[in-house]
Design a protein around this ligand. Structure first.
Ligand SMILES: [Zn+2]
Ligand SMILES: [Zn+2]
Length: 432
């Protein structure tokens, strides 16, 4: 009788804890919020660059172990994976957060602003969570805690993926989503569905933005080196001026998109972001190095744009007697493509979370995401949660990657609730 009473008491308290209704989840998210905010502020104040997320991943792993999950550390250098086994059989849902910060010196006035510095490509730089990955990591830690509390009620499994180096590994290193896959992320368990979110500067705080199919651009890094012949700045004919050739190349590259690509089919972008050459005003240098990025949304269009960029740069150089070497990055991000059927199934869940009027289908986004590598393997949905301060117009907010990037923390519980509710609805078959 004692045993029966204890069991009954246990069952009662478990079911009180383990409710999976919308109201239960909303209450659990509200209760968890203070911790999520504290984690996010702590990560914000202690940001770490790509492939260097040692402190962050240590805190994540500790938390997941404390929840009793099966935790693997050190995947793709600092990545952490945890698996939550539900109390009943069922499918597997994976959830992904990224943990890395950027070489940006913070200029916000939040009390927990970062003053961290690190060495990046040989230079000392400020480090800031200017893309909001601090929020993603804290949100997913909160989701893990809530789902772990209802594990007895959950049919199936949840895989938590805490990913390093989304912004790209430093030169000469591998990292991020492709390295996680290479190291066997989905080798033993292939999830049935994968969800991820990104905080986004130009949507109002708490508003969810989604798009079925192609969502975020594919990106290719671009490096062009124009080789000339160094000479006196007063005697250009005695050498071969790579600066003038580079100027022609930069202008001509803008015609690839504006004059050569059918913009009614897909947009594309060619940007040169750095131009490095020379030491003095009176020396024509030996070479110019330019770096840039290319964004496309379709594999055939991508191949075509890359070929046109190569042809434009090499032939313009050739016309002047110079040479141009054109290289594309070793790990291009594919287009982030949301599974259309999964997206349609998830919209009612996300609408319940955000509230009518606070969710919208949005246009193609030109940033890229290495979530796209996972989305090629598993039916996936990646969506945005707005973090703009209420009252600030979209054209005045500081973008992701800006030193003034700001996360309105009222968005955090929306993110926690969205990932929790998507997981519960998927596993319990509530997502039709
Ligand atoms: Zn970013
Ligand atoms: Zn990001």
């Amino acid at each position: 009788m004692l045993i029966a009473a204890a069991l009954a008491a246990g069952a009662a308290s478990a079911s009180a804890l383990a409710g999976t209704s919308d109201a239960d989840i909303a209450a659990l998210v509200a209760k968890e919020n203070a911790r999520v905010v504290a984690w996010r502020r702590d990560f914000h104040q202690h940001p770490e660059l790509s492939n260097r997320e040692l402190r962050t991943s240590g805190i994540v792993a500790e938390h997941l172990k404390r929840l009793g999950l099966e935790v693997t550390t050190g995947i793709a250098k600092t990545g952490v994976i945890a698996v939550l086994e539900g109390g009943k059989p069922g499918p597997t849902v994976a959830l992904r957060a990224d943990m890395d910060a950027l070489p940006v010196a913070e200029k916000t006035d939040v009390p927990f602003r970062s003053t961290a510095t690190a060495t990046y490509q040989g230079e000392t730089v400020g480090v800031m969570h200017a893309c909001g990955h601090d929020a993603h990591t804290a949100i997913l830690m909160g989701v893990a805690e809530i789902l772990a509390g209802m594990r007895a009620e959950l049919p199936g499994k949840v895989m938590f993926i805490f990913q390093p180096a989304e912004e790209g590994a430093p030169d000469g290193e591998e990292g991020g989503a492709p390295l996680m896959l290479k190291e066997g992320l989905f080798a033993s368990t292939k999830p049935d569905a994968l969800f991820g979110l990104h905080v986004f500067s130009t949507l109002p705080a708490g508003t969810i933005g989604y798009r079925p199919g192609a969502f975020m651009a594919g990106s290719d890094g671009l490096r062009i080196v124009v080789h000339g012949r160094q000479t006196h700045g007063a005697r250009p004919w005695a050498g071969l001026d790579p600066i003038v050739v580079s100027a022609q190349i930069i202008s001509a590259l803008q015609t690839v998109v504006s004059r050569q690509v059918d913009l009614t089919e897909n947009p594309a972008i060619v940007t040169i972001g750095t131009v490095r050459a020379g030491t003095r005003g009176n020396i024509i240098p030996e070479a110019v190095e330019m770096r840039g990025t290319i964004r496309t949304y379709d594999p055939a269009q991508r191949t075509d744009v890359l070929a046109r960029v190569t042809r434009t740069a090499t032939r313009i150089a050739e016309a002047s007697g110079a040479t141009a070497e054109v290289q594309f990055g070793a790990t291009p991000n594919p287009v982030t493509r949301n599974d259309p059927a999964l997206t349609l199934r998830a919209v009612p869940t996300l609408t319940r979370v955000a509230g009518e009027g606070h969710i919208r289908e949005i246009g193609l986004q030109t940033p890229s995401e290495d979530f796209s590598y996972f989305a090629r393997e598993v039916p996936s949905l990646f969506f945005f949660v707005g973090v703009a301060k209420p009252g600030v117009p979209a054209n005045e907010v500081a973008d992701n990657h800006s030193p003034l990037f700001y996360v309105d923390e009222s968005a955090l519980p929306v993110g926690v609730r969205a990932l929790t509710q998507l997981t519960v609805d998927y596993l319990t078959g509530r997502m039709k």
